[in-house]
Design a protein around this ligand. Structure first.
Ligand code: ADP
Length: 704
């Protein structure tokens, strides 16, 4: 398979080896560099991952420390009271001193909740019907009879007024007044009704409840209804504002829903007021402030209801059994719409049980934590040059970054462990690049280098192999050439010698025979000299010492005389020869010997490569720029794929067995060299089995 290698010169082999010796280490170095870049990226990742975990742990431990502080604060500052208002104020105070937390709340043993603004199911808030003295109770009963059974409202009012005179305490008066107001309202006497309700307000006792809300709230609400019915809108608006403020200032228990009913209907009226652009000039009421406070209140209500419905049941058993005694806080994250609520619970110590308090809870104030707490903690963290910490939220949104930089990518990110599970702590490079981007340039450089070297190697190898194959082909042809030429030399010499000896011996007496022998000797010696001329000329051309002697000559004359010299030989071989030469001379600056040698080579090929149809046509013509000499035959023709190769040195078209012709493979190489030395070209047209036509084109600028 590698037999062709034996024809390769030593020099080529050394070159090939040097090529491999340079390129293989180059490729190895590029590959190793590429690997080392990847290694570098991995090392960076390991380094930054370690750092980011340290930062994450530090932030988390600081938050746990704050949580523990909050719990201590609650335990130490407990007012030891069960008064709702006091408890709310206390919670508000703790909130204001612990800005990392909000929505602080207490859980009582029945699962009731109280926050700094609202309470839900809180055991100490249940209202009770005021105690009535006997006389007042009898009077009220009679009045109720008149109001509901006999439906006589006038009589009912009179009877309620009697009950009022027997009422002793303000709760009793409030109860009766509200009923008188109700009767007037039913009668359609709104003015009187409003007057009665106002009397309730004048009594100023806020502890008296009607149902689940204080009597003053019911009274204010009723007064606003009266003004509405009387179409006294300005008055009504003032009352509604008053009512709303009271609802916000003193939120009662949310459990029964009455408070929420009043709050929602008052809030809707306030919104209508604001939307209709009614201007309420009062230094006391600022409608916008009220609406903001209202929104906050609704948020608190939403929060406390959420805790009540979704969270308490989840953590209650933990709180009761105290299974979190080793880590007092129990933290949970709650997905709510787009955001995640981060909450903490802890069981309160034994001392709180006598006030029926079981646990406390809080929500983390994310904004404060991100914009105040984390920056402060991070000032004490040494991160290294040009590296910054950021916090990522949902979908890698940037919530906080240490430096205000045009950051786009992070180096590494790590999830929080127990708190803020939807957040990640991330490290950023000052240039805002990821690890991949930081090493990309080097990676690309080495990758290009590596592929470049491999590519050059492949191209080099392909060229090398082609050169080696070509060289071995030339070597093969050369050795074939030597054997061909030796054969070509031997045959005519043997013939000359044989016929010479025969003649010399004087045994041939027949004159005709003798002449035939002389002719053979002449022809064979001509052939010999033609071959030797070819070989010598080729050797001159190959070594670059062949010289041409250009002289202005008539091309037609050169062709004519060459034909004359060769005609005899052609005819003798049974060929019909036709020539088409111009009558006038065609003066060109040519080497006439070289041109006639080229023509003789073409003619001898035409003779050699023709079989039955022995016909040759020689033409000389010219067009505007070129002189043309063509030799056509009706011989074997040349296959298309061989037409280019036949001009290469030593190349011979391999013939079928038994049809091989003698030759050196130099004839056409010489012709091509000669015509190119004249600035011209050689072309071949051929059809296999039909014949060939060789045309020499010599530029006319040589005409003098
Ligand atoms: P040689 O004739 O000594 O083999 P040449 O260089 O003259 O070498 O020709 C190269 C090859 O071209 C020949 O081997 C032959 O196959 C082909 N050839 C040349 N002239 C003709 C022709 N007139 N008709 C057919 N084949 C030709």
């Amino acid at each position: 398979m590698f037999g062709f290698l034996k024809h390769i010169r030593q020099k080529t082999k050394i070159l090939f080896l040097a090529f491999i010796l340079i390129l293989i280490p180059g490729a190895i170095i590029s590959y190793l560099s590429l690997k080392s870049i990847n290694q570098k990226a991995e090392n960076l990742e390991i380094k930054y991952s370690g750092t980011v975990r340290l930062v994450r742990d530090k932030l988390e431990s600081e938050i746990f420390r704050l949580e523990a502080n909050l719990r201590n604060h609650v335990i130490e500052s407990f007012p030891e009271s069960d008064n709702v208002v006091e408890l709310k104020a206390w919670l508000r105070n703790i909130e204001s001193e612990n800005p990392a937390f909000k929505n602080l709340f207490l859980v009582d043993t029945d699962g009731g909740l109280i926050s700094s603004s609202v309470s839900l199911g809180w055991h100490r808030l249940l209202g009770s019907r005021p105690f009535l003295n006997k006389q007042a109770a009898t009077d009220i009963k009679m009045a109720e009879n008149a109001e509901f059974i006999r439906k006589n409202l006038i009589e009912a009012i009179t009877l309620y007024r009697e009950a009022l005179s027997s009422a002793k305490s303000s709760p009793e008066c409030i109860l009766v007044l509200s009923r008188i107001g109700r009767c007037y309202f039913k009668l359609g006497d709104y003015n009187e009704a409003a007057k009665e309700y106002k009397k309730i307000l004048e009594l100023g006792n806020n502890d008296v409840m009607i149902g689940e809300v204080p009597a003053s709230i019911v009274a204010l609400s009723q007064i606003s209804e009266c003004y509405e019915a009387m179409k006294a809108y300005e008055k009504k608006n003032n009352v509604v504002l008053h009512l709303y403020k009271q609802l916000l200032d003193h939120p009662w228990d949310l459990s029964g829903g009455e408070y929420l009913f009043y709050l929602k209907s008052a809030s809707a009226r306030i919104e209508n007021l604001a939307a209709s652009g009614v201007n309420i000039h009062s230094s006391e009421w600022n409608i916008e402030d009220l609406m903001i406070r209202g929104d906050r209140m609704f948020e608190h209500i939403w929060f406390i209801k959420l805790i009540h419905q979704d969270i308490l049941s989840q953590v209650e058993s933990d709180l009761r059994t105290g299974s979190h005694s080793d880590s007092p806080s129990h933290n949970i994250s709650l997905e709510e719409g787009d955001s995640t609520l981060q909450l903490g619970f802890s069981k309160l110590p034994q001392a709180f049980q006598q006030y029926q308090l079981l646990a406390m809870g809080h929500q983390f104030e994310n904004e404060y934590i991100l914009s105040n707490l984390f920056p402060e903690i991070l000032t004490s963290v040494e991160l290294g040059k040009d590296v910054f910490v950021g916090i990522l939220g949902e979908k890698d949104s940037l919530l906080f970054i240490q430096q205000n930089l045009p950051i786009s990518n992070y180096l590494v990110a790590e999830n929080f462990n127990q708190l803020f599970v939807s957040w990640q702590v991330a490290l950023f490079d000052g240039s805002g690049k990821s690890i991949e981007q930081l090493t990309r340039n080097e990676r690309v450089l080495y990758l290009v280098l590596f592929t470049g070297i491999i590519f050059i190697m492949l191209i080099g190898i392909v060229f090398m192999i082609r050169a080696v194959i070509h060289e071995s082909e030339v070597s093969r042809m050369k050795s074939e050439f030597v054997s061909n030429v030796s054969h070509e030399l031997k045959t005519p010499l043997a013939l000359i010698r044989m016929f010479g000896e025969t003649l010399d011996a004087g045994i041939v007496t027949d004159e005709n025979k003798r002449r035939e022998f002389y002719s053979i000797i002449r022809k064979e010696s001509e052939r010999l000299s033609h071959l030797i001329n070819n070989v010598l000329d080729f050797s001159r051309m190959d070594t670059g010492v062949k010289e041409y002697y250009f002289k202005e000559t008539d091309l037609v004359k050169v062709v004519k005389s060459s034909l004359e010299a060769y005609k005899f030989h052609i005819r003798e071989n049974g060929f019909e020869i036709e020539s088409e030469l111009p009558d006038e001379a065609m003066m060109l600056k040519i080497d006439k010997d070289a041109i006639s040698q080229a023509l003789l080579n073409l003619l001898s090929n035409a003779v050699k490569y023709s079989t039955d149809r022995k016909y040759i046509k020689v033409e000389v013509s010219k067009n505007s720029s070129t002189a043309l000499i063509s030799v056509a035959d009706h011989g074997v023709g040349i296959p298309k794929e061989e037409r280019k190769k036949i001009f290469e040195k030593f190349y011979r078209v391999s013939a079928a067995k038994g049809e091989e012709k003698r030759g050196s493979g130099l004839g056409l190489t010489l012709v091509k060299h000669i015509v190119e030395a004249h600035g011209g070209t050689i072309e071949v047209e051929s059809v296999v089995g039909e014949g060939s036509k060789f045309t020499l084109r010599i530029p006319l600028q040589r005409i003098i």
